[in-house]
Design a protein around this ligand. Sequence first.
Ligand code: ADP
Ligand code: MG
Length: 554
Amino acid sequence: MAEAQELLRKYYGYPDFREGQKRVIESLLSGRDTLGIMPTGGGKSICYQVPALIMNGTTIVVSPLISLMKDQVDGLDSIGVPAAYINSSLSYAQVEMRIRKAERGEYKLLYVAPERLESERFLNLLAGLVVPMVAVDEAHCVSQWGHDFRPSYMRINELVSHLPDRPLLAAFTATATDQVREDIVKHLKLSEPQVFVTGFARENLSFSVIKGENKRDVLMGYIREHAGEAGIVYAATRKEVDQLCEYLLRQGVAAGKYHAGLTDKERADAQERFLYDEVRVMVASNAFGMGIDKSNVRYVVHFNMPKNMEAYYQEAGRAGRDGEPSDCMLLFSPQDIHIQKFLIEQSVSDPERQAQEYRRLQQMADYCHTPQCLQRYIVRYFGGDAEEDCGQCSNCVSPDMELTDITLEAQQIFSCVKRMRERFGMTLVASVLKGSRNKKVLDFGFDSLSTYGLMRTRTEKDIVDLIQLLVAEGYLQLTEGKYPVLRLSSKASDVLSGKERVVQRIRLKPSAPVIQDVEAELFDELRKLRTEIAKREGIPPYIVFPDSTLREMC
Ligand code: ADP
Ligand code: MG
């Protein structure tokens, strides 16, 4: 390890490995196949580059994108590490020449595009190399469950078996679902691998979830406060990207856009202008991503909730790659869940797979509703340990969140779910608790239930929020499928029987009816106060108090 540390200083100029890097490198140097699961920006490259420098021979790196490959090799060149790449941009003569050089031991790393592995002739050419290790970057491409399945990744094993000595295998990805992890181990034939899930806590990122506000207002407010900084705004559909970009341009923001409906040239131009800071804000669909490595992205705003936590964290993780403090803000509306359901229905036909996608969507929605530390939720989701709250996400800094005993409210909700025989979704349960006289409630005769109107002093939206919170915390479960139904979990039974209490960090709104006539003056005063607090604390005003809270205070 001392040698690795020395090389890190000498070539890269970094004083220390990150905690996760150290564990992966130690594992590889001890000769174990290793799977490293680290977030985007976590520093996966160094995990195989440094061991490659120590090992005898040429490490082969399989990497999916031609543009990334060239960047990596140029980067290595510039710090004096001999490396080369082989992909479809080279002529056969050039390929041969590079392999000759590799045979003579002139490269420590040889990057190979997976498509090359389809050629038997090419595999035979590689058989003459001394290869101590094969490193597979973006290893989730080997899994059909991942988001960028590449059939040629299945050929990596052919490469391994063509080599005279079985090399050490190192695989890296930012995708951490069990399914993908299993596929990587299985298809790459990792032998008794050590798996490390690390670095998912990105301390320089402040997460926030904003609900129930006008999204465009929040976004514009934020962009104005961060004029001059580079940011990405992700939206769910092409149409939304187009409209949002137009809106920002109308507001005088130097915005660009990127989605799969544009021509290659339009996309390349947009990316280039963003990279060179000509465009400050990039409005993009999820097509914008893997290829970009812009280090000074100060914020990533999700205008819509994405389909799962992997997608969210991959995209949000593009903020602050330089380690400077950056924001990741998600603007949630219940409509987002419907959009994502629709997109899943359109793109996934296999029922088992669909069920899984719905489950992951639910976990994404849970993130938007958890009252706990957001950073912690993320780290746990990816299978890491998080001992402490981050102290900077919107849940941690929200001054109006207090530990509140909501046992009574929870019991009311659970007994209503039970009375409705666990056969209905949260909207209808909320209507019944509210005592609403809508058609569905009356048609089912729910107005005669003993739980009917039990929570009539609250708004239906507040009741839905409470239900969502209880889902996020595992008291209630939502069945899979298009029309999820609320079910009680065993945790809920304990609450109903009075064995357990429910205490959550939450802001419970007063249940008395809110006075309608808002005193404009008072509202203005409160706003001024809010601005002061925000300035003093150095945080955006909407995090201090959203407008809705101010209105309630009036
Ligand atoms: P990933 O492939 O996991 O997305 P990269 O390997 O591209 O991440 O690394 C992301 C950034 O972190 C790069 O700019 C890299 O130079 C930097 N980095 C990696 N390891 C360290 C370290 N130990 N100390 C400081 N910076 C590091
Ligand atoms: Mg990488």
